[in-house]
Design a protein around this ligand. Structure first.
Ligand SMILES: *Cc1c(COP(=O)(O)O)cnc(C)c1O
Length: 473
């Protein structure tokens, strides 16, 4: 496929507006001093160009997308429709407060619902992504210890199964990381936790279900141990899709949490946003929350706020989508969606585990992890090769080589929004690929064969990306 610049024909023109006929006094220093290099191509061809590109990209609207830890679920179009209402779109955060009553109501109601779902008492919508929510949460924990003059509390405990953003956020907030291992069942190793907890412990960051898709049965014990040492407990809510409406982080000992609205609450993601990672907390941390909030005295910053973590109220329209989603599925829908996410993952796992090795052979939550270590030893076909072969079946690969504690990992998250028929087709594809790999490993190493490009040099693509077109003049 040609680039749009290669399709351009000099002299064709690219404007629909008449040329400027007024003086606009732009200073000479701000004027462009070379050609602007816009492609010259007809509107018709532009539309075809982008349609062609869109056809080559895989998305939830194109096919099955079981990318573990990402919750690539169907995002109901009604949420988009509500969020594109001009009354929500054409609003400005600096408008007089009395003219934004509806939008403030959206924020308030969504905060109320999400607090009810998480068992938190207050929530800020400022953070623009999950990782940003983690960072905000870490700053709340920091502010808390500072206020209590707990100057020795410098460490955050993070299990080795954690998402990479967890230690990164804690470090950015100025903490040191103490890693703890998972036991052979994929749970936090309680003995090691006990050894690592000390007077330096400022808190723990935990995902439950964790990133191997398992619910940690010791959760009450873990949060109690951290609290007993004077630390706080942070809940990474990225996996809430498995437990929403069933278990509330606030009820099992967590003090702070973030949610990924773009995972759990119906905003499409991938490609960089916009996202929203609201950060919720218990009452005793409310005074540290960022941003302007509705307080007893009207709209203002909280008394001991950590400041702003982004502009104004965060990605407001993403919050509108979350509210539209919650109102459209209702409170029964929230827990039903979690149950179906778990059911779908278990269904797929059980239909695959006679040929694939499951990393932890027990009932999983919303996702499960396969390990292809043995297949690789026997045939040379790796988790990467299986993922590539899936492309020939129109399936987006699962998450690969994560979590790091499982070798040759494939992490599959079907989500609640896929039907049994779609799952059955995917199961057949996974099985066929495995059988083919055993019979003819060389062929598996060459997949995919039906996509516009085959195996890419991924290292070069990451290290030396070519992101601009080099013009001759
Ligand atoms: C996705 C994810 C995050 C980070 O969220 P972003 O919105 O991508 O910043 C954190 N933890 C877990 C477990 C996740 O799956």
């Amino acid at each position: 496929m040609k680039l749009i610049f290669e399709k351009s024909y000099q002299g064709r023109g690219n404007h629909i507006f008449p040329s400027l006929d007024v003086e606009v006094g732009i200073p000479e220093s701000a004027m462009r001093n070379r050609k602007n290099h816009l492609p010259e191509i007809s509107e018709n061809e532009i539309v075809r160009h982008y349609t062609e590109l869109a056809k080559r990209a895989h998305g939830v609207n194109t096919g099955f997308y079981p990318l573990g830890s990402c919750t690539m679920k169907h995002n109901p179009k009604v949420s988009e429709r509500v969020a594109s209402n001009p009354k929500f779109v054409n609003i400005h955060p600096l408008q007089p407060i009395e003219t934004t009553e509806g939008c403030r109501e959206v924020l308030k109601r969504t905060e109320e619902y999400l607090c009810e779902i998480t068992g938190m008492d207050a929530m800020t919508f400022q953070p623009a992504a999950g990782a940003h929510g983690e960072f905000t949460g870490m700053l709340l924990i920091k502010a808390y210890h500072k206020k209590k003059e707990n100057y020795d509390k410098t460490e955050i405990i993070v299990p080795d199964s954690a998402h990479g953003t967890n230690p990164a956020s804690a470090v950015m907030a100025g903490f040191e990381i103490v890693n703890i291992k998972s036991d052979k069942n994929g749970m936090v190793d309680l003995k090691e936790l006990e050894e690592k907890i000390s007077e330096k412990t400022a808190g723990i960051m935990l995902t439950n279900p964790n990133t191997v898709g398992l619910f940690d049965n010791n959760i009450l014990k873990i949060t109690q141990m951290v609290h007993d040492a004077g630390g706080l407990c942070y809940y990474d809510g990225a996996n809430l899709n498995a437990v929403m409406g069933i278990v509330r982080p606030g009820d099992v000992g967590f003090d702070v949490t973030h949610l990924n609205i773009h995972k759990t609450f119906s905003t499409p993601h991938g490609g960089g946003g916009p996202g929203s990672g609201p950060c919720g907390c218990k009452e005793f941390l409310r005074q540290f929350l960022p941003g302007i909030r509705e307080t007893k005295n009207g709209y203002e910053m909280e008394t001991e706020t950590i400041g702003n973590v982004t502009g104004y109220y965060g990605n407001f329209l993403v919050v509108v989508k979350a509210l539209a989603y919650l109102l459209s599925i209702g409170s029964d829908g929230v827990s039903l969606s979690a149950k179906n996410a778990v059911l779908n993952a278990n269904y797929m796992m059980h239909k695959l585990k006679d040929i694939y090795d499951v990393a932890y052979d027990r009932t999983c939550m919303h996702e499960f992890v396969l390990t292809l270590e043995k297949l690789k030893e026997d045939t040379g076909v790796s988790a990467l090769d299986i993922s590539k072969a899936l492309l020939d079946y129109g399936i987006h690969p699962p998450t690969m080589y994560f979590p790091l504690i499982v070798h040759e990992a494939l992490m599959i998250e079907p989500t609640e929004t896929e039907s049994k028929e779609v799952l059955n087709e995917a199961i057949l594809a996974f099985r066929k690929i495995y059988e083919d790999a055993l019979k003819n490993p060389d062929k598996a190493l060459k997949a995919p064969i039906s996509t516009p490009v085959g195996r890419l040099d991924e290292v070069q693509a990451a290290r030396k990306p070519v992101l601009r077109y080099e013009f001759e003049s």
